[in-house]
Every structure is written in structure tokens, then in C-alpha cells.
Design a protein around this ligand. Sequence first.
Ligand code: NAP
Length: 278
Amino acid sequence: MHTPQPSSIPDFLYGTAWKEDRTQALVELALRVGFRGIDTANQRRHYFEAGVGQGLAAAYGSGVVKRADLFLQTKFTYRRGQDHRLPYDPAASFSVQVGQSMASSLEHLGTDYVDSYVLHGPSSGYGWAEADAEVWEAMKKERDAGRTRLLGVSNVSLRHLEEMAEVHSEAPAFVQNRCYARLGWDREVRLFCSERKIVYQGFSLLTANAEMLRHPVVTGLATRANATPAQVVFAFARVIGMLPLTGTSDAEHMKQDLASSGFELSNDAVEAIESLAG
Ligand SMILES: NC(=O)c1ccc[n+]([C@@H]2O[C@H](COP(=O)([O-])OP(=O)(O)OC[C@H]3O[C@@H](n4cnc5c(N)ncnc54)[C@H](OP(=O)(O)O)[C@@H]3O)[C@@H](O)[C@H]2O)c1
């Protein structure tokens, strides 16, 4: 059994959704610019995971990074979230599908382990179902076999998480959610996570919150700090305990997004942005 080295969790994840035939080049570029965390999924409908693997191979080949420097995260996606390009046999049990999807991800990514394996979304919007319990147990087996270091869940409500906690003794290491400012930046789920030391990964921080990027509180903070509104949002996300994702395809935005790590926000500024959320 392979024992993965404990690579740390980076403070930004580069998201690879919707990049199609630009995936390889953009992953390579993101690594050159300085990202060390890559988020993908074995869901060909929205992600080109094999293209991510090609980008990684190009970066290894040119000496930009080594596998051990990276945090690679991918996901298991139910049939309902896929198109015809399935990474498993849809007639197989969920446990078998998890094993097949993982094997396909490792092949796509050219590695024998990922750093995080995430359930892309529960089978029902209403609660943690039996199918989810089966998938989670299969994901734990993948982890115990050394094919992932950590496990996570995505697109979950507080109810999903509470019901999951009733059924399983082990909490996820990560929750990855679309983060809406108008929902208090997912306040309830973030609180659940912080109480259990679960790392909250926020995605679509810019695209889900276009009104925030235009709000005078945010634009005012950006102007005074000689930063962009996007950098203010990413800095805010980090201060309130999130691990943010960015899906940029632009080299300058990649640099700006990473530079937001060094951007300080006063308590007053954080409170002002939180209060905008209502
Ligand atoms: N778990 C899930 O179900 C799920 C769902 C959706 C997404 N995700 C993950 O989250 C990742 C990010 O999602 P997203 O694409 O919605 O993220 P996003 O970062 O909110 O949106 C990307 C958009 O923001 C712009 N942008 C990024 N940085 C900017 C900057 N510094 N200044 C101005 N504009 C900037 C990009 O434009 P430019 O390209 O021009 O910079 C692009 O239009 C995805 O790639 C995926 O990995 C997960």
C-alpha cells in the first residue's frame, strides 16, 4: 500500500470546471503562477479531469512542481450529475461505482493517491440518504487503502450535515459549498464546520456575489487598499475561516487572487462586509 506524504492544505484552490480544451494549459499556468491546490471532478460534463492530468504532467516535466508539492482534490459524482461519459458502470452498486470512479481519477491525474476525495453532492436535496451512507463508507475504504488522504462532501445543507453526523462516526475533513453573501456567506454551515474543525471550502465567491463586488463598502475598501473588489472578497473569505476556490482563466487574475492572501482586513472591515450579507 502506498503511504502518501502529508502534504499540507494550501490556502487557495484553483478550480478547473468549465475549462474544456483549455484545461491543460490553464492548470499548467496556475501552477507556474503559484497555485498548489487543484480542484477537479470525475464529471466530464463540467470538468476535463484528464486535461488536468496533462497539465500536471507538463508542470512536472518542466520542473515547476513535484507531485508531493501539490494538494489534488477530485470528486465522485452520482449518475444524475453526469452526462453519457461515465467513469463507472451505472448498473453497479454505489460502492463499486466509487471504486471505479476513483481508479479512473487516479489514471486521469497520473498519480496513485489524491489529497482529498469529495462526494460532489448528496443524492437528495432533502437529507442524507441511504445511497449517501453507502457512498461515504466506500469513500472511507478508498481512504483506508491509501488512495486519498482526506474526505469531503459538497453542496450540502446544515440538515445534510446533521443527518450525516447521526449515521457516521467520522466527520468529513472538508465541506465545499457555493457561498452566497445573501445567505450570510453560508453562515449556518460554516458554524457547523468551525465547531467540528471541518475546513469550509467556498466556491463561486465572485460569480455568486456580483452585487458584493459592486457594493460601495467593498469597492471603497478596495480603493483604499489599492486592491481589487475580488481581492477584498477573497481576503474576507479567508479571514472568516474559509479555504477559497477561484475559477479564473486569466493570468493576471490568478496573480491577484493569490496575492489576496497577504491582504489584511481590519475587524471593522470584516464586520462591515458580513453585515452587508444580512
Ligand atoms: N462542488 C461543486 O459543485 C462546484 C460547483 C461549481 C464550481 N466548483 C469549483 O469551484 C471552482 C470555482 O468556481 P467558479 O468558476 O464559479 O469561481 P469564481 O472564481 O467565483 O468565478 C470565476 C469567474 O470570476 C472571475 N474572476 C476570478 N478572479 C478574478 C479576479 N481577481 N478579478 C476579476 N474577476 C475574477 C473569472 O473571470 P476571468 O476568467 O476573466 O478571471 C470568472 O468569470 C470551479 O472551477 C470548480 O473547481 C465546484
